[in-house]
Ligand binder design. Structure first.
Ligand SMILES: [Ca+2]
Length: 218
C-alpha cells in the first residue's frame, strides 16, 4: 500500500496517531483530515473540533489546536485529494501555503498559492475550493463566525468550516451514503459542484521539505 500509519510527535502535545502519505511527490505528507466513510461523525461542537477525534486508521480530524501548532511551527503546503462517489474519479488541489491561527483568532484560515501545475502533476485538477474561505474564522453550529448575517452556515451546510457565505468546499459535512447531491453533502464545488464525494484527504507538509529524515529514499 502506498500509505501507512505513523506517529506525530510535538513538544506541545502528546503523541498522536496520524495517517501519512510517503509516496505522493516525495512523501512527507501528514493528514490533518480524512473522510473515508460514515465511521466517524463530524457533527461536533467547537470544543470538540479543537482537539483530535476519529481514528488514524479511518476517518479523523486532527484538531484545530494541533493544526495551529503544526502550521505555525514552519510554513506548510496543503494537498487535498478527492474522489467522487458516483464516478470514482480522483482530483487534486494544491496550495503553496496553508496555516490556521490560534484559539484567540478563532482558528482563522490562511491559504494561498493555489498551484495548478502542482495539481496537474498529481493528476486531475480539482480547482480552488478554498479561496472563499481564506481569512475566515471557524464556524460551528454553536459558534457563528461566518458572514451570513441571517443564518449559521454550519447549520445550512451541515458542516463546521471556515465559512464565509457559506463555502465552496464542504469537506467537514456529515458523511451520508443516502445523499448524492446538495448543499449539505460532502462536496468540492469547483470540481463537481455539489456532487457527493466518496473520499476526502487533506495533507500538509513543510514547504521546505528536508529529505534527510527517515522518509528519504536512497
Ligand atoms: Ca451567520
Amino acid at each position: 500500500k502506498s500509505t501507512t500509519k505513523c506517529v506525530l510527535n510535538n513538544q506541545t502535545y502528546k503523541t498522536l496517531q496520524v495517517y501519512c502519505n510517503f509516496l505522493a511527490d516525495g512523501g512527507g505528507w501528514t493528514a490533518i483530515q480524512r473522510r473515508l466513510g460514515p465511521d466517524t461523525s463530524f457533527d461536533k461542537t467547537q470544543r470538540e473540533f479543537q482537539t483530535y477525534f476519529g481514528k488514524a486508521t479511518g476517518s479523523y480530524w486532527l484538531g484545530l489546536s494541533n493544526i495551529n501548532v503544526l502550521t505555525n511551527a514552519v510554513p506548510q503546503s496543503l494537498l487535498v485529494i478527492l474522489i467522487e462517489r458516483k464516478t470514482n474519479s480522483k482530483a487534486y488541489a494544491f496550495y503553496d501555503y496553508f496555516a490556521v491561527s490560534n484559539f484567540k483568532e478563532m482558528y482563522r484560515l490562511h491559504v494561498s498559492g493555489y498551484n495548478r501545475q502542482k495539481a496537474l502533476a498529481f493528476g486531475k485538477e480539482a480547482g480552488d475550493g478554498l479561496q472563499v474561505s481564506n481569512g475566515m474564522q471557524f464556524t460551528t453550529k454553536g459558534e457563528d463566525r461566518d458572514w451570513n448575517a441571517l443564518k449559521n452556515c454550519a447549520k445550512l451546510a451541515n458542516s463546521a468550516w471556515w465559512h464565509r457565505n457559506c463555502t465552496d468546499a464542504n469537506l467537514n459535512a456529515e458523511y451520508s451514503l443516502r445523499s448524492s447531491y446538495g448543499k449539505q453533502t460532502l462536496y468540492w464545488r469547483p470540481w463537481k459542484k455539489m456532487a457527493a464525494l466518496k473520499s476526502v484527504e487533506m495533507f500538509i507538509r513543510p514547504k521546505q521539505l528536508r529529505l534527510s529524515g527517515p522518509n528519504k529514499k536512497t
